[in-house]
Structures are given as C-alpha cells and as structure tokens.
Design a protein. Structure first.
Length: 588
C-alpha cells in the first residue's frame, strides 16, 4: 500500500516485536471493512443490530474493568521530566520502552495485526496529519473507520518519503488493569497503548494523537491542538461566523456543537452548523486570521442523556453506520437503549455487562460512560465546510465550566493575554453524577488538563506567542457559564438551544455591533443586549446571572494563586500579571 520506507521499516520492527500470526493492511475499502465486520461478529466482538431500524449498526461490550479513559495510567514520556510538567504522569522514555517492550514481546502470537493508516483532518489539507496505528483489535479498526479518514488515502497524504507520521501501537493483551498503560513519547511521535479496549485509550488518533502528541507538535511548529468544539452560526443574510469552545467533560460540548436555536431565531433564518464536537486544530492562515479544522471524521459521544429533546442532531447521527459500546441491548427488536433516551426501557433486554436486565431493578442498564461512534456525515447540521481543506476562520474562542455561583453567564476577556488567563483559570464543580464530594472546584485549564502533552506553563507561553502573531486579527475570547443555580440548587439559565442568545451577543461583540460594561473580571453584556424574546426569564433574573460577586471572586483569586504555584518558573510572568490585575480590580 505504500513505498514509504519510514513506515515499512517501523511496521517490520513492530511485527518482529509483537509476533502476530498474520498482518493485514487496512485499505479503507467497504469490501475489506465488511470482511472485518463479519469476522468480529463471528468472534463475538460485535453484534449486528436490526438492519431495518439501525442499518449498518453494531453493539460492542468492553470488559467490566475497562470502561473509561485511565488518567492515572496515562504517561507523557519526555527525556527531561520537567518537560512533561506537573500535571502529567511522567516516565523516562528508555525505561518505559523497555518495560512495555517486554509486554509487547510476542503479545500478538495467535492474533492478527492490523496496520491502519489514517489521516487526521480533511485529505489534502495542509493542516492535516497522518498516523499509522498497529492493533490486534477489530473493534479499533471499525471505530477508526468512523472516527478518521482511514485507508489508502492516508498514505497518499503522507507521501513516499515523509517521516511526519505518528506511530501508534496498541494491543488489547489481557485487559489487565494493573498493567494498563497509555504512553506518549512526544519526542518520537510515538504512542504505545496496552491492556485496554476502551475508546479514548485505544482509538489512538483521538485524545492520544490529536490532543497530546499534536499539542506538542503545535508548540514546536507554531499551531495549536485544542479540546474544542467548532460551530458555525449562520445569520439571515447567509453569513456564517465560526466559534470554538472548550469545556471540561460533562459540560455539554456535544450539545452546544449541535445546538438548535430557539424558534425566534430559526423563523428569521438563523442556523447552527457543526464542524466538530471535541477537537480543533488551529493555524494562522494566509490572511493572518486563525483557521480551524476538526481532525476527526466522527463523534465518540456519551450515550446516556442523549435524546430527542437534549440533542436530536446527535441522536439522528446514530441512526446508521454507528457502533454502540456498553449500552442496553433490546432483545425484542434487536436495537439499543440507554438511560435518558426515553421513558420506555425495554423489558426483554441485556445490560452493558451482558446480563439479563430488569429495568425495575434500580440498576442502570447502560454504563454511564457508554458511547456511540457515529459518522459526522450523518449529522443533520454537519457544516458544508466539514471537509474543506482550508478549515474555517474563527471569530471567537469560548471557555466555560460548571460553576454554581462564581462565573457569570458570559463575559469577554479584555484582550488576548487576559483571555489566556481566563482559559487558564477554567474550572468545574463536581456533580452528584460522579463519586466523591459535590461542589468541589476542579481546575482544568482550557479543558486540557488530561490532554496537554507537555508542560502546562509552556503551553500558556505558546498561547501568548500565538496571540502576538495574530495581533489585531486574533479571535476575541469569552467565558460562559450555563450552570448558575438559585438557592434551591436549580439551574437559572435554560441552556441547550437558548445558549444561542449568548452566542448572538458574542458574535455581535466580534463584529463591533454590541456594547459592553466593564467589570473587575472583564466585559459583560448590558442585560438589555441579550435577546430574551420568547423566553420565560425576567430582565432582573438575567441581571442576577451577570452579577459578579466580589467576595466569591476574591476567594477564587486565592485558589488561582495556589494553583499557579504548581508551575514554578515556567509560569509566564504575564499570567501572574493578570492575576495581580484581577486582585487589584476586586479591591478597587
Ligand atoms: C474518551 O473517553 O474516549 C473520550 C473521548 O473522552 P471525552 O468524552 O472526555 O472527550
Ligand atoms: Na471518558
Ligand atoms: Mn473530549
């Protein structure tokens, strides 16, 4: 499939290490994929779902101990420990190669190694990059076929001589938790993953390459890999403005990416287009603006809570060609179900563990982190620019988190440097949905805490440098919080489609069409400038949502100072300047 010696030599070396019985090169053809689908049905890896109701859809169950990303088993292996920074687990690359080398030695005896060439980003784009994943999992092959541009075209993108591809090696091995490792060697463009069969740990194009390795590449090559959705907002004149947004897990990134505006907007002709729901690669274009592509080709979304009300576009995306992982299997009609899909759990069903399931039992049928892997082209609101090799020009960058009291509904950073500060202090409060204390603030700068492949201090420095290059063409930076609660703990802002009202103000600010008021933390809308038409929310309530409580913010500033202490002399002085400015503003 390729004459590229760099690829051929490396595959040969890995074959010698893993000793598979057979090596299969994935060309991306439907014929070959069908063979692999049939094989995975015969081995029990996949179950074929109802072809009438869910054409081309499959069900997979992972091992019970293998249902999520494992941050404590995820390593950044740089030669100098300092380069991984205080927020990553580190190991010496020599030590880790040797340790995992022993585990990979002969691990594929009796198995088949699949060689998966894939392209992150549109084929033909200067912003795209190629990876090759070697795996013994047919589940990985079939998921990569949805999540990436996979097959022959990726080798054509790479060319015959280039060495610029990410070398991914994965084996399910024994699904043994004690020996599970997700290891990144950013200085070698290499990822080694062993003893897991779960999405984020094994679909190496996604978090491992497109965020951890790519963030490191971006720092060295002058671009950015970010944990951001990308959406386009079309106005009644047909002009589309693009926004990226970064939120920690469980803040509704996929929902915002596929937002359906309220009727008062749709009847005027407003539309929202989805370019991406998880990852953005950003580069400065010939025009000096910041341009974004979504490196992925599909959505690896959380199933529970997805329904016709919360996110009809996501649900419709899963109606064909989708792989469901760890959801409920409805045996009556051979379809799937999960908590929050509808109020009719199937009576004759099997749960995510593969056991007969009684919906009355009080036990959840789908794993809370059960997933769908759906092709982006299924999405009713997928952007017409989805495959555009140039990407889309970004007007605004939005940060956000889940904060009950502190952060207002929306504010704008004073400038890029202040915006980098706003991103760096991103935080979310834990919810009752996860184990542990509720309401604990977790700092997650730019939502990159688990995904930055190098020192977070250097990452902020890179952001500051990008801002200098962009100058007055830089996108404007904002922070949003959909999750302010009243004294009874109820959400005040309706969220979902109504977030369009906040996006409209953001776009208007970028266009110089809306006013703002200065607060100690940045610019806020005049309450009158947020469109409340058709919404049962008073202007006074909105004013409350925009309120900045100085005492809470003084506490917040203390927490930030403590957090910043972790980064030592790699914390850019500009960030400390911003923190000092914030405190001075609060004490005015
Ligand atoms: C994953 O866990 O594989 C994943 C994509 O993570 P998240 O949903 O947090 O982005
Ligand atoms: Na996860
Ligand atoms: Mn994510």
């Amino acid at each position: 499939m390729t004459n590229n010696k760099n690829v051929l030599n490396w595959v040969e070396e890995m074959v010698a290490l893993c000793k598979p019985d057979k090596v299969v090169w994935i060309d991306g053809s439907e014929k070959q994929l069908d063979e692999i689908r049939n094989l995975s049905i015969s081995t029990g890896e996949m179950e074929k779902l109802n072809e009438e109701k869910l054409p081309g859809c499959y069900l997979h169950r992972t091992a019970e101990n293998d249902v999520a990303r494992v941050e404590h088993r995820t390593f950044i292996c740089t030669r100098d420990e300092k380069d991984a920074g205080p927020t990553n687990n580190w190991e010496d690359p020599k030590v880790m190669y040797e340790k995992l080398g022993k585990m990979f030695d002969g691990v594929m005896k009796g198995r088949t190694m699949y060689v998966i060439p894939y392209c992150m980003g549109p084929i033909g784009s200067k912003l795209s990059k190629v990876g090759v994943e070697l795996t013994d999992s047919t589940y990985v092959v079939l998921n990569m076929a949805i999540m990436t541009r996979m097959g022959q075209a990726a080798f054509e993108q790479l060319g015959e001589t280039s060495n610029d591809f990410v070398r991914g090696l994965h084996s399910k091995a024994d699904i043994d938790e004690e020996n599970r490792y997700i290891c990144h060697f950013p200085e070698d463009n290499t990822i080694w993953s062993i003893n897991s069969g779960y999405g984020g740990n094994v679909l190496l194009g996604k978090k491992c390459f497109a965020l951890r390795i790519a963030s490191f590449q971006g720092k060295n090559e002058g671009w950015m890999a970010e944990h951001m959705l990308i959406l386009g907002i079309e106005n009644p004149q047909g002009e589309v403005k693009y926004v990226t947004a970064a939120f920690p897990s469980a803040c509704g990134k996929t929902n915002l990416a596929m937002l359906i505006p309220p009727e008062v907007y749709t009847e005027k002709g407003y539309k929202v287009w989805t370019v991406g729901d998880d990852i953005a690669w950003l580069r400065i274009g010939d025009d000096g603006r910041l341009w974004a592509i979504n490196p992925e080709a599909g959505f690896f979304g959380v199933a529970p809570g997805t329904n016709m009300k919360s996110n009809p576009n996501a649900l419709k995306s899963t109606m064909q060609g989708t792989i469901f992982t760890n959801v409920v299997h409805n045996l009556d009609d051979n379809t799937v179900w999960w908590e929050g899909l509808d109020k009719n759990p199937p009576k004759n069903a099997v749960d995510w563990k593969g056991n007969k399931w009684d919906p009355e039992s009080g036990v959840k049928g789908a794993h809370p982190n059960s997933r769908f892997t759906a092709p982006a082209k299924n999405c009713p609101c997928v952007s017409p620019e989805f495959d555009n090799p140039k990407g889309v020009p970004i007007s605004a960058i939005v940060f956000g988190g889940r904060r009950a009291k502190t952060a207002p509904l929306v504010y704008q950073a004073r400038d890029w440097q202040n915006g980098v500060f706003v991103g760096s202090i991103m935080a979310s409060e834990t919810t009752a949905a996860a184990t542990g204390a509720v309401g604990v603030v977790r700092r997650d700068p730019m939502a990159m805490l688990p995904f930055c492949g190098y020192h977070m201090g250097d990452y902020w420095k890179h952001w500051l440098e990008m801002g200098k290059k962009l100058g007055d063409k830089a996108p404007k930076i904002f922070n949003v919080n959909w999750f302010r609660t009243d004294d009874e703990g109820h959400f005040i802002w309706p969220g979902f489609g109504d977030n369009m009202r906040v996006l409209e103000w953001i776009i208007n600010r970028c266009e110089g069409k809306a006013d703002a008021v200065e607060t100690p933390i940045g610019y806020e809308p005049k309450a009158e400038d947020i469109n409340l038409e058709g919404l049962d929310l008073s202007l006074d309530t909105l004013k409350g949502l925009l309120n900045v409580d100085k005492d809470l913010w003084k506490e917040e500033a203390k927490g930030i100072r403590e957090f910043y202490g972790k980064f030592g002399d790699r914390l850019p002085t500009e960030m400390m300047d911003e923190l000092n400015k914030l405190e001075a503003n609060l004490n005015k």
